[in-house]
Ligand binder design. Structure first.
Ligand SMILES: [Zn+2]
Length: 273
């Protein structure tokens, strides 16, 4: 099933496709318990993505929180930032009695997002119409790219500066990144950066019991009045019993100059250069 997930990397899909695939992956592993964390932007445009994850992954698989009600651990903030330490709290919650008898699967789904209008050669990113007005999405990431300074933007910026590389400067350079893809790649790099943060927390966390972590980084394409779609950017897997678990990552990198964007067909396609 991991191969199936890998085969979807970079391909635009309906908003329910990835949650359904994650469910099939979880079913194939037969874990004692399935837990989930969903990290998304607070923008109301991300409701559709959260709803699809709730319907097609959370409801079929997670333990009941209360009668007939289920929920992932949720981080919903400006720009879909992973908050250091959140994984330790979520891991404790899903380390149920049943999980102790075998192993649990903890899926961390990260959604960065971007507005997308049109298809094929007409596809444009960064702005959509809502409530009768033009609006930027992701607003937080665009404020960051424009050089604004605020505490949450400083936190987002640190994700673009991992390893001392200034990816915002690359994104802003029209000689290095085609301006048509700037908003899209801004979101793709953020998704990967937040995934790397989760991987760092996995490496230092001692779980309460054997745990398979599956971290998926994705970008939601907010398509205004049309149904939203999603692009899976990458998948990392780690098996932890004690601290120090390392993640095995497959997917797009975090260098925006090394991501090819193809819009020739009906659906958007991203790949490594
Ligand atoms: Zn946003």
């Amino acid at each position: 099933m991991l191969d199936e997930l890998h085969s979807r990397i970079g391909r635009e899909q309906p908003i329910d496709a990835l949650p359904r695939l994650l469910r099939a992956y979880a079913d194939s592993l037969h874990p004692a318990v399935v837990g989930a964390m969903h990290i998304s932007c607070a923008d109301e445009a991300e409701w559709e993505c959260a709803d699809a994850f709730q319907r097609h992954f959370v409801m079929p698989l997670l333990p009941e929180l209360k009668h007939a009600e289920k929920s992932p651990f949720r981080l919903s903030n400006l720009g879909a930032r992973y908050e250091w330490g959140a994984l330790a709290v979520a891991e404790q919650h899903f380390a149920t009695h049943a999980a102790g008898r075998s192993f649990k699967l903890l899926v961390v789904k990260i959604n960065s997002h971007v507005a997308a209008v049109g298809h094929g050669a007409e596809l444009r990113f960064g702005a959509l119409q809502r409530y009768g007005e033009y609006s930027t999405a992701c607003g937080a990431l665009h404020l960051l790219l424009a050089g604004n300074i605020k505490p949450y933007l400083n936190d987002l910026r640190s994700g673009y500066m991992l390893d001392g590389v200034n990816r915002l400067r690359l994104l802003d350079d029209s000689a290095k990144v085609d301006p048509r893809w700037r908003s899209l790649l801004l979101a793709v790099v953020n998704a990967r950066a937040q995934g790397r943060r989760v991987e760092r927390d996995i490496a230092q966390l001692t779980p309460k019991g054997p745990t398979r972590y599956l971290v998926v980084s994705a970008v939601t394409l907010n398509r205004g009045a049309d149904a939203d779609t999603e692009v899976l950017c990458g998948v990392s897997v780690a098996d932890a019993e004690y601290s120090g678990a390392s993640s095995r990552y497959t997917g797009l990198g975090d260098d925006p100059t090394l991501i090819r964007v193809e819009t020739g067909g009906e659906l958007l396609m991203l790949s490594r250069v």
